[in-house]
Design a protein around this ligand. Structure first.
Ligand code: HAX
Length: 438
């Protein structure tokens, strides 16, 4: 397999670098934690190593060193579209450098060979109550695939530690190959014909998702899928879903267990669920006024949201301190393909108004839009209007990054993660005995 050869070729030198770092600089401090960080979600404490992506607070995400505009420009595309192949993106995340078109297509072909959904997954999804949240269905479907784990089989047969990454890669390829079909089937079961639409072998991973939810003829939606799945693929190694996946996989649970756990984390309203909250908020704005709101009306509405002790969804970020470039990329898409769409115009107006409101509000560290400020609007325009499905789209893309982290964690031989907790009285005593009460 192409990815196995490319990763395998890098490992001897990479492992040497880690051994040297730990041997020669093992006691060098990278990060410290203070009391407010302990009680404040460990913000800015460096606790995870990941080479897959990194967030620069003022520039946004870099996937393997490339900014979002660079990734969109440089990754290979198939004929007739300006948007990259997910196979090329996966190569970039896994291998660490840009692929040729041929290499990107090899990953796509590998996915096609592994994409068949087992019958028991289909039947289990069918048996879930119709009101089940699609994220529950996604997490459950991934969890069920644990049954297929090559890692588990090889581990039970006595696999060497140095080979763990290869088995994790096999599982990752098998899982990611099946994801578009899983997500599309969840969509069809819940909101569409209920049909299991087979993939079109002539289409790429992203466009096939569009095809399987019966939007295959819409070239713009195919392109939006290609864009969306690139933009959401990774956001460094310590965000909640990435860290959850990393933590679970560190016990040598397979990527199925680990990614299912990651999806459960993504399902929370402060993380992946924010995109549905955001669209709901935009629709509330729209229904509150007889015609398109003025700048002043929207400003008043935003203040009303804040005064009722609610957040303005789609704005703010734990790490970013600038406009999320993933927001900007979709804004550009929208300007080209849906400039007159009412909700898209509203997204633009909110973008003009809300940052100023949040600056005046005072306590928000980042008043700028994150990616969720626009995600839902893009989908809504093309008729994917079931809000609770949006996080599934996010998850489908994010697992590309999560599995790349997992493969490299095993390749680096990272151990089980086990930090320590401390009690509040211990902290009080420490602060007091060290005379550092301010
Ligand atoms: N509206 C109102 N208040 C906000 C706010 C917003 N959009 N963003 C932050 N704040 C508030 C926080 O609630 C916090 O208030 P308290 O001190 O009373 O607790 C204060 O401002 C400081 O928060 P912060 O340090 O700026 O932000 P956090 O790191 O604590 O939180 C969040 C980051 C993304 C969770 C936050 O900005 C938020 O809730 N935003 C709205 C929801 C959202 O858009 N989530 C999606 C984020 C992107 C993502 O991860 N997607 O998966």
């Amino acid at each position: 397999m192409l990815l196995k050869d490319k990763i395998g070729a890098q490992l001897p030198e990479f492992r040497e670098r880690i051994i040297k770092l730990v041997r020669e600089s093992g006691t060098v401090k990278i990060s410290e934690v203070n009391v407010s960080q302990l009680f404040g979600g460990m913000r800015e404490v460096h606790v995870v190593v990941s080479d897959i992506s990194h967030i620069d607070p003022y520039e946004g995400i870099r996937l393997r060193g490339y900014t979002i505009p660079e990734v969109l420009k440089e990754l290979p595309k198939c004929e007739g579209t300006d948007f990259p192949l997910a196979g090329g993106l996966y190569y970039l995340l896994m291998v660490g450098c840009l692929p040729s078109l041929d290499e990107a297509l090899q990953v796509e072909d590998e996915w096609k060979e592994r994409g068949q959904l087992p019958d028991y997954v289909i039947k289990s999804l069918q048996s879930m109550p119709p009101e089940t949240h699609p994220m529950t269905m996604l997490s459950a479907a991934i969890l069920m695939l644990q049954n297929e784990s090559i890692f588990v089989r090889r581990y039970d047969a006595g696999m060497q530690k140095s080979d763990y990454w290869e088995a994790a890669l096999e599982d990752s390829m098998n899982l990611t190959a099946k994801l578009p079909a899983i997500a599309a089937y969840i969509y069809n079961l819940k909101y569409n014909s209920g049909k299991l639409i087979p993939p079109n072998p002539d289409l790429d991973w992203s466009a096939n998702f569009a095809h399987m939810i019966q939007k295959g003829d819409d070239r713009e939606y195919q392109d939006l899928s290609r864009l969306f799945f690139v933009l959401h693929s990774d956001h460094e190694g310590a965000n909640v879903s990435a860290h959850t996946t990393h933590l679970v996989a560190s016990t040598l649970s397979s990527v199925y267990y680990a990614c299912s756990a990651g999806m459960n984390a993504l399902a929370g309203p402060l993380h992946g669920l924010a995109n549905q909250e955001c669209l709901r908020w935009l629709l509330q704005v729209r229904s509150c006024f007889d015609s398109f709101p003025t700048h002043e009306q929207l400003e008043a509405f935003a203040w009303e949201t804040l005064r009722s002790d609610k957040v303005i969804p789609g704005y703010g970020h734990a790490v970013l301190r600038t406009i999320d470039p993933r927001f900007t990329a979709q804004l550009e898409f929208g300007k080209k393909y849906m400039p007159d769409d009412e909700l898209f115009r509203l997204v633009n107006l909110v973008f003009q108004v809300v940052p100023q409101v949040l600056k005046q509000y005072g306590k928000v560290k980042n008043p700028w839009p994150n990616v969720d400020a626009i995600n839902g609007t893009m989908q809504y325009h093309y008729g994917v209007r079931q809000f609770d499905f949006y996080t599934v789209l996010f998850g489908l893309s994010r697992i590309l990054g999560l599995t790349a982290h997992s493969v490299w964690s095993r390749a680096m031989g990272l151990p089980i993660e086990r930090p320590q907790s401390i009690t509040t009285p211990m902290i009080e005593e420490y602060v007091e005995t060290n005379h550092i009460v301010m």
